[in-house]
Design a protein around this ligand. Structure first.
Ligand SMILES: [Zn+2]
Ligand SMILES: [Zn+2]
Length: 301
């Protein structure tokens, strides 16, 4: 699983930072968090492709997070995408998509739009689920977490053999966590031959938000928290007014949620050098990086 930052700017893009969008590549699939203007261009640069199974999770209906949707749909249509595209986000998203589609023409592939009305699991499939929690911004805004299910522990064939389990269907059942009974009426527990399941990976994405307990809970024990840090600490009042976070506030959320790595994004155009944000955040949460456009982060199993 790999994170690719497509856009890391605050509301105003800069020569080196485009509007908000983060892609997660998980096996063949792309999970996109926000879709700011120019997302499709940076997807080309990142060679992500437009025909893959894709789900887009929009945090809120501010232009710097959604204006990439018309372009993305257009590009996918031009490339004759056939597969359905799934888009999730706050109330009003359907109206927004209808409005631009009525001018541009609808997409040339099936589009399913889901408006989120309450937090919790908003999508799940066999390998992972996406949870939403209400962020603290202007209007309805959602933070998201991609949470993988636990992975089965390692199976030890030598132990199975030693316990007299013949290779074949019984091995499979043991691997799936089932206890089995042998012909001699002796039973073998799965835990005797399989290691305990391993926790899956978890990525949390704040969207625009003031620091909030809801994101701490959502991001608990995540491998990676992608949190907005629009301002440095000297502009704390401005951050509170505009519904944003400072670098230290993002770091406090990361520390409280006990995440592995904090990535700061949504960087205001006033910081051509984001060094000050990094310094301030690191004092609170040392394992912090500032995201850059097209930066890629692998998350190993
Ligand atoms: Zn924004
Ligand atoms: Zn916003």
């Amino acid at each position: 699983m790999k994170i690719v930052f497509l856009g890391t700017s605050g509301s105003m893009p800069t020569p080196s930072r485009g509007s908000s969008a983060v892609a997660v590549r998980r096996s063949r699939e792309i999970i996109l968090f926000d879709c700011g203007e120019g997302t499709q261009q940076r997807m080309v640069a990142a060679r992500l492709g437009f025909r893959r199974p894709t789900r887009v999770f929009i945090s809120h209906l501010h232009g710097d997070h959604i204006l990439g949707l018309p372009g993305l749909l257009e590009t996918m249509t031009l490339l004759r995408r056939e597969r359905s595209l799934y888009v999730y986000g706050p109330r009003g998203l359907i109206e927004f998509i209808k409005a631009f589609s009525s001018v541009l023409g609808g997409p040339g592939f099936p589009l399913e739009v889901h408006e989120i009305v309450e937090g919790g699991t908003v999508f799940s499939c066999p390998g992972y689920r996406v949870e939403a929690a209400r962020a603290d911004h202007e209007g309805e805004c959602w933070s998201y977490a991609l949470v993988e299910g636990p992975r089965p522990g390692k199976f030890h064939p030598d132990r199975a053999r030693a316990l007299g389990v013949p290779e074949g269907p019984l091995w499979k059942r043991l691997q799936q966590g089932e206890d089995v009974e042998l012909n001699n009426a002796r039973s073998v527990r799965s835990s005797e031959v399989v290691d305990p399941p391993k926790q899956g990976r978890k990525i949390a994405y704040s969207g625009d938000t003031r620091p909030t307990e809801a994101v701490v809970r959502l991001a608990e024990d995540a491998d990676i928290l992608i949190h907005e840090a629009t301002f440095d600490d000297s502009l704390g009042e401005r951050a509170a007014e505009d519904g944003h976070s400072t670098a230290s506030q993002a770091a406090e959320i990361a520390a409280a949620a006990k995440v592995g790595l904090l990535l700061l994004t949504h960087i205001s155009s006033r910081y051509p050098d984001p060094g000050v944000l990094l310094e301030q955040a690191k004092l609170v949460f040392p394992n912090t990086k500032v995201a850059e456009d097209l930066m890629e982060i692998e998350i190993p199993l």
